[in-house]
Write a protein that binds this ligand. Structure first.
Ligand SMILES: [Fe+2]
Length: 171
C-alpha cells in the first residue's frame, strides 16, 4: 500500500521545538514515562484480557522509549552542559505542577485550537488518575524526578532541589 507522506504531514501540525535540543529530549523523557505508567495502570485496571495484554505491551514499548530518550539526553548534556538550565526549567514545569500535564496535550492544545472539545491524551490521563490511588500523581512525579535527576546528576526529590539546581545552573 502506498502512503502519501505529504498528506500525513498536512494533518500533523509539527511540535514546537524546545528552546534547546536537551529541553526537547527532556520533554520526550517526560512524555514516555507518563504514558508508560498510565498504560501499565490501565493494563491492571481493565477486565478484558486482550485489552490488558495490549496495554501491558504498549507500556513496555513506552518504557523502552523513555530509556532511549534518557540515553540521548545524558549524552547531549555531556557535550552541551550549558543546556542544563533549559532542562531544569522543563522539569520544574512538568514535575511540580498540581495538574499532571502530558507534553502532547500542552503542545497540541496550544497549536490546534480545533482540538478543544475533542478527547485528547489529557482525558486518558484523567481516567487513569480517577481509578488510581490518590497519591498516584505524586508517585508519577517522583518517578519523573528520579529519571531526570539521574540525567542531570542531581537529587531532584523536593521542589526546592529543582529550584536550587536551576539557580546553580544560572550562576
Ligand atoms: Fe513512546
Amino acid at each position: 500500500m502506498h502512503i502519501d507522506q505529504a498528506r500525513i504531514e498536512a494533518l500533523r501540525e509539527p511540535y514546537e521545538r524546545g528552546i534547546t535540543p536537551s529541553a526537547t529530549l527532556a520533554t520526550n523523557v517526560i512524555s514516555e514515562i507518563i504514558v508508560n505508567t498510565a498504560y501499565r495502570a490501565l493494563a491492571a485496571w481493565v477486565r478484558e484480557p486482550v485489552l490488558s495484554d495490549l496495554f501491558l505491551r504498549a507500556s513496555r514499548d513506552e518504557a523502552g522509549h523513555a530509556r532511549e530518550f534518557l540515553f540521548y539526553l545524558k549524552r547531549r548534556l555531556n557535550t552541551h552542559p550549558h543546556e542544563l538550565t533549559s532542562v531544569l526549567e522543563r522539569i520544574h514545569f512538568y514535575a511540580t505542577s498540581s495538574r499532571l500535564n502530558h507534553p502532547v496535550g500542552v503542545y497540541k492544545h496550544q497549536l490546534v485550537e480545533e482540538m478543544r472539545g475533542y478527547e485528547t491524551v489529557d482525558d486518558v490521563i484523567d481516567v487513569y488518575l480517577r481509578f488510581s490511588p490518590p497519591d498516584e500523581q505524586d508517585r508519577l512525579q517522583a518517578k519523573l524526578r528520579r529519571a531526570l535527576g539521574s540525567a542531570v546528576g542531581r537529587d531532584l526529590t523536593r521542589n526546592s532541589d529543582i529550584r536550587q539546581a536551576l539557580a546553580d545552573s544560572m550562576a
